[in-house]
Design a protein around this ligand. Structure first.
Ligand code: NCD
Length: 305
């Protein structure tokens, strides 16, 4: 049987069908550390932008499967600082590694890397565009705590303009049935119109400014993406736009609902929320390990082993 996964790239969540998403989540549920699985395999981790969770959980996932990681965590320490182009960097690194994980501030950079590399490329975030493996771990958490991916009411809160995690997640939700999306943001940080077009007819969505959590199964809070604002004054106008407090969670959200956040958090969820039963953002980050182990195993070994 020809593998559906072996050697594939994961650049945009658009590349994954519902069936693909479900098979990653199933693999993630079943996967266990195995020092032999990726023995002898090298994964290059090229981070041209800051990262804690994505970079460390990819690294940990490789190690737990017995593989090795090479790479860097800032463009300043790579030859980019000497003027090397991304194509040249990838053209060389593809000879050093069996897979490449890349994060880069420019939209489209992961796609470019995949065009150059003949090994699987995984997009760990390209500008404000996409962050598909974050979406897979978001869906993993939603399924784990809510028990389903169809028929959900989801509120996305904060920076819907520059937040790549919400762009990827909204696209993924078009693969599921009877999704209601409440898009909560300041007017200048609304979901991009082109993305809304993609949702039309597939999910029911509603845009609003008011932070109203009633009826939501999932509240997905995001950080205002300061580094993506072309004008820092615009950022100053919207920073601190939303701060989720325990009082509104207790008054508006059912005990079975969950609050997610891709992290890092700045001030958009008050720390008093952390101890409430709905707060699942730290557990969500832990899901990065099984989900990224599953992805690496599928791309490097296929589905059979
Ligand atoms: C997010 C990202 O990098 O897009 N972080 C992450 O990968 N967990 C969210 C953010 O930086 O706000």
């Amino acid at each position: 049987m020809q593998s559906r996964w072996l050697g594939r790239d994961i650049i945009s969540i658009r590349d994954l069908s519902r069936d693909d998403i479900e098979s990653v989540l199933l693999e993630a549920k079943e996967i266990r550390p195995n020092p032999d699985a990726l023995r002898g395999k090298v994964v290059a981790s090229l981070f041209f932008e800051p990262s804690t969770r994505t970079q460390l959980s990819f690294g940990s996932a490789v190690e737990r499967l017995g593989g090795q990681v090479i790479g860097f965590s800032s463009g300043d320490v790579s030859s980019k600082a000497k003027g090397e182009t991304l194509s040249d960097t990838i053209g060389v690194v593809k000879g050093y590694a069996d897979a490449i994980v890349i994060r880069h501030p420019k939209e489209g950079s992961a796609r470019l890397a995949a065009d150059v590399a003949d090994v699987p490329v995984i997009n760990a975030g390209d500008g404000a565009n996409q962050h598909p493996t974050q979406t897979l771990l978001d869906l993993y958490s939603i399924e784990k705590y809510i028990g389903r991916l169809d028929g959900l009411s989801i509120g996305m809160v904060g920076d819907l303009r520059y937040g790549r995690t919400v762009h990827s997640l909204a696209t993924a939700l078009t693969r599921f049935k009877k999704i209601k999306l409440r898009l909560i943001s300041p007017p200048i940080l609304k979901f991009p119109a082109s993305h809304l077009d993609e949702l039309r007819g597939l999910v029911e969505f509603h845009e609003q400014e008011e932070l109203d959590l009633r009826g939501l199964d999932v509240v997905y809070v995001t950080r205002i993406q300061k580094e993506r604002f072309p004008d820092i004054e615009e950022y100053e106008k919207v920073k601190g736009a939303y701060v989720l407090r325990a009082k509104s969670v207790e008054e508006q959200l059912s005990a079975k609902s969950i609050i997610l956040h891709p992290l890092p958090r700045v001030d958009e969820i008050h720390t008093e929320v952390d101890s409430l039963p709905q707060a699942k953002y730290f557990e969500q980050a832990e899901g990065g390990i099984p989900v990224r182990m599953a992805i690496l195993k599928l791309l490097l070994l296929g589905e059979s082993k």
